[in-house]
Design a protein around this ligand. Structure first.
Ligand code: GTP
Ligand code: SPV
Ligand code: MN
Length: 602
């Protein structure tokens, strides 16, 4: 056995304890080196778990296929195991911590037999932050180790920093739940039909079993940086959010920082890397999925991206929609999961130009353009270093982050919700976030296309009672020390409204820069808007549509506030708010009452 390269007492004790429970054949302490990456990916290629792509096309990159039953987050199997059931609230699954630990200990017992247990020290956010946010993942999946090296700051440097700071860390235990008997041959994607993604908020622990899929297994991401961090954020007065962060520079050189919360597979990565169609505007990326936000001593809300990579939705990504993602991927060093493989050793997915005559699909079957199923799973993903993004903002590396000027909430709605609406003030903005609704996507197991409330795009990620979470958002305004002008302005966007014929009314992607321009004008106290029952909406001529191929009818339709459609939302919001009982902040009921009254007058 390798001598543990640390003397951190809690870490050593925990590794021993988990090894005794899971009985791996060996333990490897990951150093994050190039040699380690090469060793792990070579072994995965040799075993058939990964296919190496043609280095001339995608250097140092790999094609992975999951088990067809392990393709997305499993919200029904995700638990917040707070001591008190009431603290998990009505939006989370709950089990008592002791009961969950007993149940999962039975599953974990001997579960790493025949496998290696990797010790993966990682840090969410820069190592030179005032308080680096450490975690250690124990996993029996080399795919997870390779992915964690892309998605987090990981390895020997982190372990040294953890030890020197005598810091604590979030212990994050992961197993695919597929022990091997002596001589038993492994499968390409080991997993278990029984899955648990469990969080212990009081003790800040994560236990994951049975799945190898990103959101269930890369425990620094949703489990730590959203579910566990949201609990820490509540206790310490900050926010851990499912948000992109972008730097936007106007033709005049004025810089604005914008954060945006859209539910899974609803456009964060695309907006974060947007190539503006409006001349002179420039977007730079700070983050595409997670934002940690704290008020600075200047009374402004500062955001950092705790991640180190991008784990993005593949289908729909191409040079027309998201050229900066394509440029990021072209540099290689990436893992592609559940996309299609071309005959010449590259990857392909739906939306990437016209299909080649033959592909190997995500289920390893022959695929031709005549095939009736998509070549790539709708939740297929690329995993790639954010440092390769050609428009990465310098501020990404700054532990202070960036001061946020505007927060966008948005969802996927065919009807009702206009292209962009400006909130009246902070509390109205919190109301818009708390009532955010969106059609479900393939990012989570379950039905796709069903409208559900997804507050602040955090429904699957709030680590405590959502009513308390809304109150926490309202209370955050205090961080601006009574100066409301310092608070970010809140906007609600919908790129996905459709015409009666089912087509998107708004072209989206780079053209969203036109909406960003209006938002910046509103921040500057300019920009024409009409005050509607739901907030300030641009007049059709307030949006810069120069050179845009859109009919006046479509433009009017995408901006329309239809009284009947909004009246129909009222009982749904009432039902939604009722779920939270006493915990629903009274000011949000007041917002709903005020909306109802305005609609009645409209
Ligand atoms: P997660 O990584 O799951 O949190 O998702 P995300 O919010 O980062 O979503 P992403 O940007 O990857 O977009 C998901 C899907 O929506 C992709 O297929 C995109 O092509 C599509 N999409 C993104 N922006 C737009 C847009 O402005 N208009 C339209 N019509 N589709 C878009
Ligand atoms: C999401 O589902 O919101 C994602 C992908 O960003 S995963 O990390 O798998 O959760
Ligand atoms: Mn996400």
């Amino acid at each position: 056995m390798q001598q543990p390269p640390t003397s951190h007492p809690r870490l050593l004790a925990w590794v021993d304890e988990v090894a005794a429970m899971t009985t791996p054949d060996r333990i490897v302490w990951c150093d994050g080196s190039e040699a380690e990456w090469t060793g792990i990916t070579d072994a995965l290629v040799d075993s058939g778990a990964l296919v190496r792509l043609d280095p001339a096309k995608k250097p140092n990159s790999f094609w992975a296929r999951t088990d067809p039953g392990d393709v997305a987050r499993v919200e029904e199997r995700t638990f917040i195991c707070s001591v008190d059931e009431a603290d998990a609230g009505p939006t989370n699954n709950w089990m008592a911590p002791a009961e969950m630990k007993t149940t999962m200990t039975e599953l974990y017992r001997g579960c790493m037999r025949g496998r290696t247990m990797y010790v993966v020290p990682f840090c969410m956010g820069p190592l030179d932050a005032p308080q680096p946010m450490f975690g250690v993942e124990l996993t029996d999946s080399p795919y997870v180790v390779a992915s964690m090296r892309i998605m987090t700051r990981m390895g020997a440097g982190v372990l040294t920093a953890l030890e020197e700071a005598e810091a604590d860390f979030v212990p994050a235990l992961h197993s695919v739940g597929a022990p091997l008997s002596p001589g038993e041959e492994d499968v390409a994607w080991p997993c278990n039909e029984t899955k648990y993604i469990s969080h212990f908020p009081e003790t800040r622990e994560i236990w994951s079993f049975g799945s190898g899929y990103g959101g269930n297994s890369l425990l620094g991401k949703k489990c730590y940086a959203l579910r566990i961090a949201s609990v820490a954020a509540r206790d310490e007065g900050w926010l851990a959010e499912h948000m992109l962060i972008m730097k936007l520079t106007s033709p005049e050189g004025q810089v604005r920082y914008i954060a945006g919360a859209f539910p899974s597979a609803c456009g964060k990565t695309n907006l974060a890397m947007l190539e503006p169609t409006l001349p002179g505007w420039k977007v730079e990326t700070v983050g595409d999925d997670i934002a940690w936000m704290r008020f600075g001593s200047d009374g402004r809300l500062w955001a950092t991206n705790p991640e180190f990579g991008l784990f993005g939705v593949a289908p729909g990504t191409d040079f027309h929609t998201n050229p900066n993602a394509m440029r990021t991927l072209a540099q290689g060093n990436s893992v592609f999961t559940n996309v299609a493989l071309t005959d010449d050793g590259d990857i392909w997915w739906e939306g990437m130009g016209s299909p080649p005559p033959h592909l190997t699909d995500w289920k390893n079957q022959d695929w031709t353009p005549d095939s009736t199923t998509p070549s790539s799973h709708p939740n297929s993903r690329f995993c790639t270093p954010i440092a390769q993004c050609p428009i990465l903002a310098d501020e990404y590396h700054d532990p202070r982050g960036v001061p946020i000027d505007a927060i966008l909430f948005g969802g996927r709605r065919k009807t009702t919700v206009p292209l962009v609406t400006e909130a009246r003030d902070w509390v109205h903005g919190v109301y818009l976030g708390a009532t955010l609704s969106s059609e479900t996507t393939a990012a989570a197991v379950g039905q796709v296309g069903v409208v559900r409330r997804d507050p602040m795009a955090m429904l699957p990620f709030i680590g405590y009672h959502a009513g308390d979470y809304f109150q926490h958002w309202i209370d955050m305004a205090k961080g601006a020390s009574g100066d409301a002008a310092k608070l970010p302005k809140v906007f609600y966007v919908n790129w996905f409204r459709r015409g009666d014929d089912g087509r998107f009314l708004w072209p989206g992607f780079g053209e969203n820069s036109r909406v960003l321009k209006w938002i910046v004008e509103r921040l500057d106290g300019k920009g024409e808007a009409v005050e509607t029952a739901i907030g300030h909406v641009p007049t059709p001529n307030a949006l810069d549509v120069t050179g845009l191929d859109i009919t006046p009818e479509d433009l009017a339709a995408v901006l329309e506030v239809d009284r009947d459609e909004w009246l129909a939302e009222i009982p749904q919001v009432t039902e939604w708010f009722t779920k939270f009982g006493d915990k629903l902040p009274a000011v949000l009921w007041a917002e709903l009452d005020a909306l109802r009254a305005r609609l009645a007058d409209a």
